[in-house]
Design a binder for this molecule. Structure first.
Ligand code: SAH
Ligand code: SF4
Ligand code: F3S
Length: 464
């Protein structure tokens, strides 16, 4: 039986929870918002008697928290759903959550017969009850939006040892013509400022010292009384917080108040991820980004004037419908003009139902042209990034040690301006702040040599 349910109607508080503790594994794709949502789902399920596990093998419940932003994000998930079959016991329940679940709804159940639950981003409150139903052999789709839902009463189970992802806004009211997010996440809504501050205080109590405030256009945050400037000041002033970051802001929502808050609050880091998408005004218009090349540059100039040493990163799309050689050259020249520290670069991927898919077919940029432009863009961005990084050699910076590096020998740390710095394993431990001199660079990451023998110790974060 397949049932479509409203998540709120299924309050799980009176649901029965079987003993012994069933295990749950969640695999996360997509952006930090999804990471934060997975932490909420783990928290919710843990409170209902589930035991989180970090491998799918033999788990009682497997949830795949998905992304729909580009076609390949979804293709990967479909492949992975097939693979996960081999980890299933006869009674394992598999659920698909997140943006692809929201976008496809019951179609997921048709495509993958071993999936019992399809739950969108506003339906996680009902997960324990839905799992109980699935255990009885039922199948559910829960994809209603709930504009009140911020999961205020759910305590996230955090994975990151040193920083906390804090959603402050859900959904998006922009309508960029390429983007599926307004469809998968619904309308924009913000949490109340005191609720965010309370969560940040709890994070500090757990021993974490960095927070990243999340929202699709996070600087348009408003709880009716407070704007994003107020939020930065309030979060930045929480006792014990040493670093505040946020992502992703929209260039149109940088009021003077927000820039002033960023400049004046010492805990707010000198880094902004400022998606530009294209350097061409005509292209930005087709994308419905609502700013021109000149306005983007003006936004950058205002921020750089207010915040010394500001690092800027960005998102860029190549091959959007109708992109001419000239428009692409404008993107390259804007990169040269701004000199971004880094960029996420994407080939345009048509998303079902978005306005871009209704543009004239002759506007489609041939694959070979997209690939050639993409490669040139990557080379340009990496070249500038390398030059910027070489110029930083010799600087002394404070880093926060985040994790063991991939090679297993060094520790990976981050500067306030978001540079990745490798430090010797014996120099510190995860969660420590350390002052280092930047003594080497691969062009992308740095090697840091500690300049004090006495790194300031932070309590080890408690996760779990
Ligand atoms: N809310 C954020 C972006 C979230 S999506 C913002 O407005 O900045 C992250 C990035 O994915 C976008 O900035 C964009 O560069 C890219 N993206 C979104 N939709 C895409 C699509 N259909 N094809 C290719 N890239 C896309
Ligand atoms: Fe998508 Fe645009 Fe909203 Fe960002 S601002 S989530 S790119 S619609
Ligand atoms: Fe992907 Fe949804 Fe984030 S589409 S990028 S997981 S908001």
């Amino acid at each position: 039986m397949t049932t479509t349910v409203n998540a709120r109607a299924l309050q799980p508080d009176d649901a029965t929870t079987p003993a012994p503790r069933p295990t749950v594994y969640i695999e996360t794709y997509g952006c930090q918002m999804n990471v934060a949502d997975s932490e909420l789902m783990y928290g919710k399920l843990q409170a209902h008697g589930y035991a989180p596990v970090d491998v799918p093998d033999g788990a009682d419940v497997i949830l795949v928290n998905t992304c729909a932003i580009r076609e390949n994000a979804e293709t990967r998930v479909i492949g992975r759903l097939g693979e996960l079959r081999r980890f299933m016991k006869p009674d394992t329940i598999v659920g698909v959550t997140g943006c692809m679940a929201q976008r496809l709804g019951p179609r997921v159940l048709d495509q993958a017969r071993h999936v019992s639950l399809v739950v969108g981003p506003d339906g996680y409150r009902a997960l324990p009850a839905l799992l109980d139903g699935a255990r009885r052999g039922e199948k559910f789709t829960a994809t209603d939006f709930d504009l009140e839902e911020h999961y205020e009463d759910v305590v996230a189970r955090r994975f990151e040892g040193v920083k906390a992802w804090i959603p402050v806004q859900r959904g998006c009211d922009y309508r960029c013509t390429y983007c599926i997010v307004p469809t998968t996440r619904g309308p924009e809504r913000s949490r109340q400022l005191p609720d965010v501050v309370r969560e940040v205080q709890q994070v500090v109590e757990q021993g974490l010292t960095e927070v990243v405030l999340l929202g699709q256009t996070v600087n348009s945050y408003t709880d009716g009384t407070h704007d994003f400037a107020d939020l930065l000041r309030a979060v930045g002033a929480v006792d014990g917080i040493r670093r505040v970051r946020y992502t992703s802001p929209h260039p149109n929502d940088f009021s003077d108040r927000v820039i002033a808050a960023m400049a004046e609050v010492p805990t707010v880091c000198e880094h902004i991820h400022l998606p530009m998408q294209s350097g061409s005004t005509s292209m930005l218009k087709r994308m419905l980004r609502r700013y021109t090349r000149e306005e983007y540059l003006k936004c950058v100039a205002r921020m750089r004037a207010a915040i010394p040493g500001l690092a800027l990163t960005t998102d860029i799309i190549v091959g959007f419908p109708g992109e001419t050689d000239e428009e692409f050259e404008d993107t390259l020249s804007l990169c040269r003009e701004v000199r971004f520290d880094d960029a996420f670069m994407f080939k345009f991927s048509p998303r079902e139902g978005t306005p871009a898919t209704r543009m004239p077919p002759e506007w489609t940029v041939p694959d070979a042209v997209v690939t050639e432009r993409f490669d040139r863009l990557v080379a340009t961005v990496r070249g500038i990034s390398r030059e910027n990084n070489l110029a930083r050699l010799g600087d002394t910076v404070e880093v926060l040690v985040e994790k063991v590096a991939r090679d297993g020998e060094l520790l990976q740390a981050r500067s306030r301006d978001f540079k990745t710095v490798m430090v010797p394993a014996d120099a510190a431990k995860i969660g420590d702040y350390l002052v280092v001199q930047l003594t080497g660079t691969t062009g992308a990451t740095f090697t840091g040599t500690p300049v004090t023998n006495k790194p300031e110790r932070q309590p080890l974060p408690m996760v779990g």
